[in-house]
Design a protein around this ligand. Sequence first.
Ligand SMILES: [Zn+2]
Length: 145
Amino acid sequence: MFIENYIQRKVNKLIKKSATSNPEIIMRTTLKHIDFDYAPLSKNLNGYYLYLSKNKRVIRVNSSLDEIKKQFVLFHETGHCVLEHEDQVLLDRADSMDSVDKLRNEYDANLFASYFFKIHNNIDKNNLNGICLPEYIKYLISKFL
Ligand SMILES: [Zn+2]
């Protein structure tokens, strides 16, 4: 199966289970076992994901990002959780949205976030170019249009 299909299935399932595509509500309900918050992180960090055990995971998203990036990064970190990435620490640097990441888990989390972002914001071919995200992320979103 193509990774895109797998990711779409995972996202659709999570939205159905949560009865919303709002990532903050999903964090407080379906994924409430995950310790999530916004935090003032350093400028070169968008967020991070900590895997301590299956039931002990931490997500932090940089609170100083603009709203669109904040949302995308939250979708990205949610992707690490839902795709069961078990790396102990995944740091998401500010430049990680600019080009393909060599790490498979980062690529998959970006794909997950791109599809989720597309669904939540009703992105289509007509409004894709108007969104304020890096070109590379728009390219990933366009895979689902
Ligand atoms: Zn990541």
